[in-house]
Structure formats: structure tokens, C-alpha cells
Design a binder for this molecule. Structure first.
Ligand code: SAM
Length: 475
């Protein structure tokens, strides 16, 4: 039976409740009175429950659909302003014992070269990422107890945080590794991870079992209950996600929101982020082989409805999507973007030989091939402030303390200031002349948008100090 507080996957992601919700949403897809009421509630910016949000996703009334997209833009602007946080994935190893059908790293794929980075290789990758301007990474590995045990991930985190190349530093390393134990999550927390990210792939149990036929990941409950264990292990920021394109997207959408509601009900704090990856071509993988393909139009609506349902939660889109769709997603609710990404093991290493060795280990085909500098410039041309901020996590503002900041709109003072200061660092250390010129003008005009006068003056002082060579200010 459906119970959002339960610790059992079958109860907080209850299939009967999902199906009942989808039926209710279908029955009400042209119910203008109900839909207008839900939109009114969304306008209060306190979120929607999975039933309400599912009705909006199903809504077939053109006028209400236009209103829905407009409201998502407004809410995005209200909570996140025009800041976009940037990060890059770092693939450590593609050894894997799971059989995930959609993933080229799965153990039955005998054509992909297997590779695991040594600590000196990781240090080189990190230096290359720092030279691009990155401050925030997402670590990725396959699941393999011999090649990639927890100790390897912990050692890699230590390496990553220790590299200081020129003015560079990785200030936040998020981790996307397979579901593990409370004890292991505690060790990850102690190693200073940012967000623990784990994509559910699909919430539909039968589909999940078909797509994960072998390996530890085949256990639906173990995977679905991972965030509970992470929170029990003291990881306060967790990131949810669905691999859209596998199963009917409306089912996944409803279940994803139920998962967020469960974390809120059981731990008093919802997910820190929601990712919206879509399945892509990869070695031996054709997205057309799965039944859940969704159009760009439907995908954009999913993003908007997530924004309305969980207005405080960050939303992430990767280079799986091209520039055009990413621009649309940013307007509708996405707050974090990867840039200059390589999805191969060792992909950032400089030199032709190293690049050739990495190429064949690619996890999926990237659709956005621009450099970080190009992405930064493009964001500014679209009117956004690219941010390399990692302050909240380093100030201990995680979990409910971060959410409190967002809910009380203090985010505008802190995040806006930190975004401008980290952008200044990027412009001075890594940007091309054209990007720098545009950025300096942007910072000049954006300083005035820091609400607190005292904060504004502090930021101005720090910007002068950054220009004089000092780094790493945060408020
Ligand atoms: N191995 C970890 C796990 O089991 O959760 C996660 C790391 S994996 C490198 C990161 C994510 O890439 C997966 O969770 C999956 O959603 C996504 N992925 C796998 N194959 C993909 C494909 N063909 N296209 C797009 N994304 C894919």
C-alpha cells in the first residue's frame, strides 16, 4: 500500500498509486477548472504533489499549456535568478559487473576497451579540467568490487581535492556511483563529497528488471532505497534522476515526484537536485530499441512540470542534449549545466595518443561539443550568469539548511554574489578575450542586483582583490 514515509521501495514507489494517478491525470486532461486551480497553487511557489503535477503534464488545453510554461519560467527566475552553475563529469573507470542493457559499460559488451585511471592519471585529468576553468565535478564509475572498490573512489576523491594546478582547484566533487551501503555512504560523506547522485533509470519495476538482468544493480529495491541509506549515512544532498526514453515518461515523472515526496516525508528534506538525462546512442546501444522515446516537446514540458512541482530543487541537464534544447531547458527550469564534457575514461588528457586511447571508452555520444569557454560565452549571450560557485556546501549549507536559504530567498544575496565572484575568477584565469570582455560588462551591470547594500560593497571589494590575484572568496 502507498506510504510515502515507508522505507520500502514497493510502498513509497507504489505501482498502484502511480497507475491511479496516471488515470486521474488522463481523465482530467481537459478539465479547465481543475487545471486552473492547480496552476493557481503552483503560482504560490510552494510546489505541487505528484497527482497535481501529473494532471499538468497530461493537460491538453493549449491556453493552460502556455500558462504552465510561462509559470515555470517565472518560478525559475524567482528562485534561481539568471545564474547557471557549471560542472563537468569525470569518468574514472568503465569496468562494470552489471548488465544494464542501455549502457555500453555493461559487462556483456566485449567490444568496448576497459580502462581505469590510476591516481597520477586522475591528477592529470583534474589539472586539465582546472585549466578549462572547472571547479565542480561529477565522478562517474561503473560498478566493480575488484577494479573500482569504495577505497578506489575514496582515494580518487583525495587526489581530486589535492590537485592545485595554477589557480585551479576542484571545490566540490559530486559522486555518481552504484547504490551502496550506509557504511560506505558515511565514508563518502567523510571524504567530503558534494551531492550523491544516483539515477533510478526507470521506476517501473518490471522494466527495471528486464533492463538490469544481471549484477547487483538488478535488485530494484536495493537501488530504489539507496537514497535512504545515503541519508542515513549522513549524506544530506542527494540527486535523483530518471533515464528518460526507457519507459513511458509519464509513469517515470509521477514516480520521480513520489520519490522526492518520500525523502521529504521520511527525512524532512527533499532531493538537492533532479537530473533529466535521455538515453543516447552508444557502443551497441540504439535509443530506438526502447519503448519510452519522448519528443523534445514532451521533454520540455516534463522539465517545466518538475520546476512547478519542486521549485526549490536544482535541475541538471548534461551534454546528452544539444545547444538548442539546452537553451529551452534553461529557460523552463534547469539550473545546472555540464560544459566541455568528455564521457570517456581519460577523455580530458592532452595529447593525441591519450585522446585516442580515451575515445573508444566513451559512455554515450555527446550532443554539445563546445568548449567550456564557448558555453560560458553562449550563456552570457542568452542573458545568464555562468556560476562556478560551490559556497553552500563548503559553508555547511547542505540539506535543510540549503533549502531554508532558497525558501527564504536569501539565495539572491549569497548565490548572486558568489556567482559574480567565481565568474570573475574564470574570466581572469581561463576565458578567451571575447568571453572576458562580455563577462566584465555583465559583472558590472549585475552587481547592482545584489539586494543587500552591505553585501554589494563586500563583493565590490572582493572583485578588486580577485583582480589583484587573490582567489576563493565566498559569502
Ligand atoms: N554506474 C553507476 C550506476 O550504476 O548508477 C552510475 C554511473 S553511469 C556512468 C551514469 C549514468 O549514465 C547511468 O546512471 C545512466 O543513467 C546513464 N547512461 C548509461 N547509458 C546511457 C546511454 N546510452 N545514454 C545516456 N545515458 C546513459
Amino acid at each position: 500500500m502507498y506510504n510515502p514515509k515507508s522505507s520500502k521501495a514497493a510502498e513509497f514507489i507504489d505501482d498502484t498509486e502511480i497507475r491511479a494517478t496516471l488515470r486521474y491525470a488522463e481523465e482530467n486532461r481537459v478539465n479547465a477548472a481543475l487545471i486552473d486551480g492547480i496552476l493557481r497553487k503552483a503560482r504560490e511557489r510552494k510546489g505541487l504533489d505528484h497527482r497535481e503535477a501529473s494532471v499538468l503534464l497530461a493537460c491538453a488545453l493549449p491556453e493552460q499549456n502556455v500558462a504552465l510554461l510561462g509559470l515555470a519560467r517565472e518560478i525559475k527566475q524567482a528562485f534561481y535568478g539568471n545564474r547557471i552553475v557549471l560542472f563537468a563529469p569525470l569518468y574514472l573507470s568503465n569496468y562494470c559487473i552489471n548488465g544494464c542493457v542501455y549502457c555500453p559499460y555493461q559487462c556483456h559488451n566485449k567490444t568496448i576497451p576497459r580502462r581505469k585511471l590510476s591516481q597520477p592519471e586522475i591528477a592529470r585529468e583534474v589539472a586539465a579540467l582546472q585549466d578549462m576553468g572547472h571547479k565542480r565535478l561529477a565522478l562517474e564509475t561503473g560498478e566493480h568490487p575488484l577494479y573500482n572498490p569504495l577505497e578506489y573512489v575514496l582515494e580518487s576523491l583525495e587526489t581530486i581535492y589535492s590537485v592545485k594546478h595554477r589557480n585551479g582547484a576542484i571545490r566540490r566533487a559530486n559522486v555518481n556511483i552504484a547504490a551502496t551501503t550506509v557504511e560506505a555512504y558515511r565514508k563518502l560523506r567523510d571524504a567530503g563529497i558534494g551531492t550523491y547522485i544516483l539515477f533510478q533509470e526507470t521506476y517501473h519495476r518490471e522494466t527495471y528488471e528486464q533492463l538490469h538482468p544481471t549484477g547487483p544493480k538488478s535488485d530494484y529495491a536495493w537501488h530504489t532505497e539507496a537514497m535512504d541509506r545515503a541519508m542515513q549515512g549522513g549524506v544530506e544532498d542527494v540527486g535523483l534522476g530518471v533515464l528518460f526514453g526507457l519507459k513511458r515518461y509519464k509513469y517515470e515523472f509521477t514516480a520521480l515526484l513520489m520519490h522526492a515526496e518520500h525523502l521529504e516525508a521520511a527525512f524532512g528534506v527533499g532531493p538537492h537536485t533532479v537530473s533529466v538525462p535521455r538515453v543516447k546512442f552508444a557502443d551497441g546501444v540504439n535509443p530506438g530499441d526502447f519503448k519510452g522515446a519522448l519528443s523534445d516537446e514532451a521533454f520540455a514540458k516534463v522539465i517545466a512540470c518538475i520546476r512547478l512541482a519542486v521549485p526549490y530543487t536544482g535541475m541538471i541537464i548534461s551534454t546528452r542534449e544539444g545547444a538548442e534544447l539546452r537553451a529551452r531547458a534553461l529557460a523552463l527550469g534547469v539550473s545546472q549545466l555540464s560544459g566541455g564534457s568528455r564521457t570517456s575514461v581519460g577523455g580530458y588528457a592532452v595529447g593525441e595518443e591519450a585522446a585516442a586511447a580515451a575515445q573508444d571508452t566513451e559512455q554515450f555520444e555527446v550532443s554539445d561539443h563546445r568548449t567550456l569557454d564557448e558555453v560560458v560565452r553562449w550563456l552570457m549571450e542568452l542573458g545568464y550568469i555562468p556560476s562556478f560557485c560551490t559556497a553552500c556546501y563548503r559553508q555547511g549549507r547542505t540539506g535543510d539548511r540549503f533549502m531554508q536559504l532558497v525558501k527564504t530567498n536569501q539565495i539572491q544575496n549569497c548565490c548572486h554574489s558568489n556567482a559574480l565572484m567565481t565568474l570573475e575568477e574564470f574570466l581572469l584565469d581561463y576565458a578567451s578575450p571575447a568571453t572576458r570582455q562580455l563577462g566584465e560588462r555583465l559583472i558590472e551591470s549585475e552587481i547592482g542586483h545584489i539586494p543587500l547594500e552591505k553585501m554589494r560593497r563586500l563583493v565590490q571589494t572582493h572583485l578588486v582583490q580577485i583582480k589583484a590575484g587573490e582567489r576563493d572568496f565566498r559569502v
